[in-house]
Design a protein around this ligand. Sequence first.
Ligand code: KIV
Ligand code: ZN
Length: 498
Amino acid sequence: MSDRLFIFDTTLRDGEQVPGCQLNTIEKIQVAQALENLGVDVIEAGFPVSSPGDFNSVVEISKAVIWPTICALTRAVKKDIDAAGEALKYAKRKRIHTGIGTSPYHIQYKFNSTQDEILERAVACVKYAKKYVEDVEFYCEDAGRTDNIYLAKVVEAVIKAGATVVNIPDTTGYCLPTEYGEKIKFLMENVKGVHHAVISTHCHNDLGMATANTMMGILNGARQVEVTINGIGERAGNTSLEEVAMILKSHKNLNIDTNINTKHIYPISRMVSGLMNMPIQPNKAIVGRNAFAHSSGIHQDGVLKNRESYEIIDPKDVGIDDNTIALTARSGRAALKHRLNVLGVDLNQEQLDKVYENFLKLADKKKDINDDDVLMLAGKDRLDSQRIKLEYLQVTSGVGLQPVASVCLNIAGEKFEAAATGNGPVNAAIKAVKQIIHRQMIIQEFLIQAINKGSDDIGKVHMQVEHNGINYYGFSANTDIVAASVEAFIDAINKFVK
Ligand code: KIV
Ligand code: ZN
C-alpha cells in the first residue's frame, strides 16, 4: 500500500511575496482554480491581516474553489487570527496557519523573549485559532536553525493544544539535506503524539537545496510538503511543486502518491509565469524551455532510437504536447483559442477577438508564434486599460548619428508630446517621457530578454523604477525593444501616478 503525501501550495502567499509579482484578486482566482484542477490538497490563499487586498483575495478564493482546503496565514497574534477566521468564512474546507519563530535568532533578537515564553505563545495561538476552525496548522519559523530538543518540545505542545499539522520551515534555506532529514526523523521518533498530526516540510532554496531537503523530509516521515509553482518565492524561492510531483512519479518504488494530475503542470507553470511576469529560467527542471530539448548529436540519435535512453520523463506526462499545431498568420481563432486553453487562459468572445487581432499583427512580423508570445498577447489588454498610455514613439539612431526620440503620451485622454536626445535610443526615449511626467524617478533595474531565437523575436523588458524611496515594477514585451522599454517604464509609472 502506498502512502499519501499532501500537497500544500503556497504560490499565492509565499510565492506572491516576490517584489513586483503581485497579482490582483481576479488573477489569484484564476491561479486558485488552476491549482484545484491540478489536484493540490491545500491552497494557502494569503495573509488576511496584512492588507485589505489580501483579506479580500482569501474571501473570493474561498468562494471560487470547492475541493482544496483554503488556508490563511497569521502570526501568533489574536488580531491576525481573527482576520483569518473572518476571511475564511465562505471556505468549504478551511485551515488557519499560525506560528512563531523558534530559533535563537527569532527568540532573542526578534522577540527579545525566552524559550518558555515562546512555547506559551505557541500553545495559546493554536488554542485561539481552534475557536474558528478545526484544522489548525502551526509553523515553527526558522525551524531549520532551531535546536531539535527545543523544537520537539514545541511540536509536542502544539499537537497537544490541537494542531492538526505542524510545519517545520527551513526559512533561510540553510539546512543540508541530511540535517533536515535528521530533524524530521528526530521529531517522528521523539515527539509524543506525533501521529495525531501531519508533519510538513517548507523549504527555501537559498543554497539550491529546497527540493533535496523536501525529499529528505518525506523520506523521514513528513506527509505534507509546502511548495510553489515554478519554485517562485522570496529570494531564491521555495521548493517547486512540479519537481516533487515528478520525482515521486518517476520513483514509484518510494510508494508515495499525490493527488496531482501531472498533465496540468505545464499549463499552470506558463500561467503563473505569464501573470506574474516572471520568466522561467530555460534550464529549470521539468518546466524550463530546454528541459526536454536534446541538442547534442549523440543525445538526438539516442532519443530517436529509444526515448528512454536520455529522457526519464515523457514530456506528455507534464502536459507538453509535441503535436501542437504551429500558430502562424494563417491560423484561425479556433487554433488560437485551443492554444490559450492549453496554457490555462480562458477568454470570453470579446477578449478573444481582441487577442486575435493583436495575434494577426504579430504574426505579420514574426513567422512562428510560440507559447510565450501567446501569453504575452493575452496579457496585453492590461496595458490598454492603464491611465497613461504610449500613443506613439519615433526614434532615430544609428552609427554616426545622435539618437533622438519623440514620444506622445495619452494621460487620461489628453495628449502630451516631447522630444529628447540621449546616448542611445532607449535613453533618448526615457528622457522624453520624463519631460512629460515630472516626477522623481530612478531606473534601478533594466532587463531586456529575447524570448526565443531569431532576429524577429519578441523582447521582454522588466524594469524597476524608484519613486520616493519605493520600487515599482514595470513589464512589457514587443518586437521593438525600444518600444518595449518605454512601455515597461510607463507600466511602472502607472503604479504610482494615480
Ligand atoms: O519560510 C517560512 O518560515 C514561512 C512561514 C511563515 C511559514 O513562510
Ligand atoms: Zn516561507
